[in-house]
Design a binder for this molecule. Structure first.
Ligand SMILES: [Zn+2]
Ligand SMILES: [Zn+2]
Length: 279
């Protein structure tokens, strides 16, 4: 069997929040080393809002890759990650976490991207008043295994994961100044958020599968799904629904496309999802 073109090589991952923890092992399982390069990703925007993010996810990822390339000018494989949080785009009122990973091969100018969205996130915030009990909220956001951020007036303390420190800090703030309320919110940086760290790992799995799949036309790595096509028939009436029927796979190098029928043994949509049976 031929070895993958990247076998034994090192990918330089630009991160500040230990995100390599969820990816290192997966890469080494396929014969790739993953080395962290510390870059100041906060200059491109922070979750707590001190620095506003500009540009699309893809643009931000390219900027991150550029920061790593500038630090490692003689290397050729790079990785960057970007997460976003907020209401789910189609399921209203539900918070979601979208993660995107971008791999870049400088020698062949090849970009491989994987992205996924999950409802599994503790994203939340609460404003508390003096003497208000906030324990229920702490349980909901999985504190202290998941970190949080305190904010009041000009004060912003990030990465709190110690219950005693949290309690005494809140007491101190209310005592020291004439402050009406303090805002507590979840710290979404991966090193303070195991739920997010785990999800980055699963998006890493999708990326690795893409890297491992070579284009049937030009043999470039990165052949993978770029589009879902609807049309899965309704179980009752056979009408074509919005359920996925085909995938479109594409090569990031030569652009070759292939249409594949879904292969996960799902042959029908439920009538509840059908515009004919359930208009
Ligand atoms: Zn190709
Ligand atoms: Zn139907």
């Amino acid at each position: 069997m031929n070895l993958h073109p990247y076998h034994g090589k090192t990918i330089y991952f630009g991160t500040k929040h230990e995100k390599d923890r969820s990816l290192k092992e997966q890469f080494s399982a396929i014969g790739l080393n993953c080395e962290v390069v510390e870059i100041d990703t906060d200059s491109l925007g922070t979750f707590s809002g001190e620095v506003k993010r500009i540009g699309s996810v893809q643009e931000t990822l390219r900027m991150k890759i550029k920061l790593v390339m500038d630090k490692m000018p003689s290397e050729d494989l790079f990785l960057a990650s970007e997460g976003s949080f907020g209401p789910h785009p189609t399921l209203f009122f539900a918070n979601s976490n979208q993660e995107t990973l971008m791999f870049f091969d400088k020698t062949s100018n090849l970009e491989i991207v994987s992205s996924d969205i999950t409802l599994e996130t503790n994203l939340n915030e609460k404003t508390i008043k003096k003497n208000e009990c906030y324990q229920k909220f702490l349980n909901e956001i999985k504190f202290p295994s998941h970190g949080l951020i305190l904010q009041s007036d000009s004060l912003l303390i990030k990465g709190i994961d110690n219950p005693d420190y949290l309690k005494s800090t809140i007491e101190k703030i209310f005592k020291s100044a004439d402050i009406e309320s303090i805002k507590i919110f979840t710290d979404m940086r991966a090193n303070f958020n195991p739920t997010r760290m785990k999800f980055i790992g699963s998006v890493g799995k999708i990326l690795i599968n893409k890297i491992l799949t070579l284009c049937p036309g030009c043999s470039s790595p990165g052949f993978g799904i770029v589009k879902h096509l609807p049309g899965l028939p309704c179980r009752d009436c056979g009408f074509a629904t919005n359920g996925i029927l085909f995938y479109v796979l594409q090569c990031p190098k030569c652009g070759l496309q292939e249409k594949q029928k879904r292969s996960d043994d799902v042959f029908y949509s439920e009538p509840a999802e059908c515009d004919m049976c359930n208009p």
